[in-house]
Design a protein around this ligand. Structure first.
Ligand SMILES: Nc1ncnc2c1ncn2[C@@H]1O[C@H](COP(=O)(O)OP(=O)(O)OP(=O)(O)O)[C@@H](O)[C@H]1O
Length: 245
């Protein structure tokens, strides 16, 4: 569904990404792991169109979107969540989701967007149910726990019924209990046929949930394969020296 080929990114004289190629198919979850500063968020920014790569190409479906911006890519079925919160704290959970749903309406539809999105889209209530927050529709976003805020952000990212979902640390700062809940929800999203690319530091989550895992280190793709393949890779083990894999 989304393919990046030979992506390099230089900025301010520094090479942040070096010849990275990854792809995620429909109904597949690719986990991206790597030490701090490895270039994971930079890769998500380039895939979503927030940043332009110095070299390489990006396709959504069979369309080359390398020169398309974030808005055009979102019209083609791409959605993302951010490492930092993008919620309106003074609005309720339902109001936040409603804004996200309304934001998806004016854009034109494309062939790549999932067929389900050609209808009016899921209702706000449906999205809140999907992230297990039906009872919190009226709660102010600013008063929600970290876990619920992450779920709400996920509901908002799902408002456009994306075919490709990019998640940048969707479980950052949440309790262990909420990590389990979010893991289940993200797995369900993948199982509906969405191509999910997830950057995440919770190693046990990535290794348990991802169909394939890509390891980024110093801007390079160190390994990509099943959880067993990457954890058994000596180069990956060296990159994570001292950390449990
Ligand atoms: N706009 C920018 N200008 C200059 N350097 C940048 C820019 N964006 C990112 N970098 C640098 O690129 C490197 C990779 O950053 P990035 O945020 O992609 O890493 P990361 O793997 O997501 O890290 P973390 O796990 O800590 O979030 C870092 O050294 C960062 O300082």
């Amino acid at each position: 569904m989304i393919t990046a080929q030979g992506i390099s990114w230089n900025i301010g004289g520094a090479q942040i990404l070096d010849d990275i190629s990854v792809s995620v198919g429909a109904g597949e979850l690719l986990g991206i792991i790597g030490p701090n500063g490895a270039g994971k968020s930079s890769l998500v920014n380039i895939l979503s169109g927030v940043r332009r790569p110095s070299r390489g190409t990006i396709s959504i479906g069979d369309r080359d979107v390398t020169r398309k911006g974030a808005t055009a890519r979102s019209r083609m079925g791409l959605a993302r969540s951010f490492q930092t919160s993008a919620l309106f704290d003074g609005l309720t959970a339902a109001e936040n989701v409603r804004l996200a749903v309304q934001g998806t309406r004016p854009g034109g539809l494309s062939l790549v967007r999932r067929a389900a999105a050609t209808a009016t889209g899921e209702t706000v209530e449906g999205l809140l149910e999907r992230v297990r927050m039906p009872g919190k529709a009226g709660a102010l976003a600013g008063g929600l726990s970290h876990g619920d805020r992450r779920k709400l952000e996920l509901a908002m990212a799902l408002a456009s019924e994306p075919s490709v979902l990019l998640l940048d640390e969707p479980m950052a700062g949440v309790s262990a209990e909420d990590v389990d809940g979010l893991t289940t929800i993200i797995g369900e999203v993948r199982d509906t046929g969405v191509a999910v690319l997830m950057v995440e530091h919770h190693m046990h989550v990535v290794l348990g949930l991802a169909d394939r895992v890509a390891v980024v280190h110093h801007g390079k793709l160190l390994a990509c394969g099943s959880a067993g393949e990457v954890t058994g890779d000596p180069e990956v083990q060296r990159a994570y020296l001292g950390e449990a894999l």
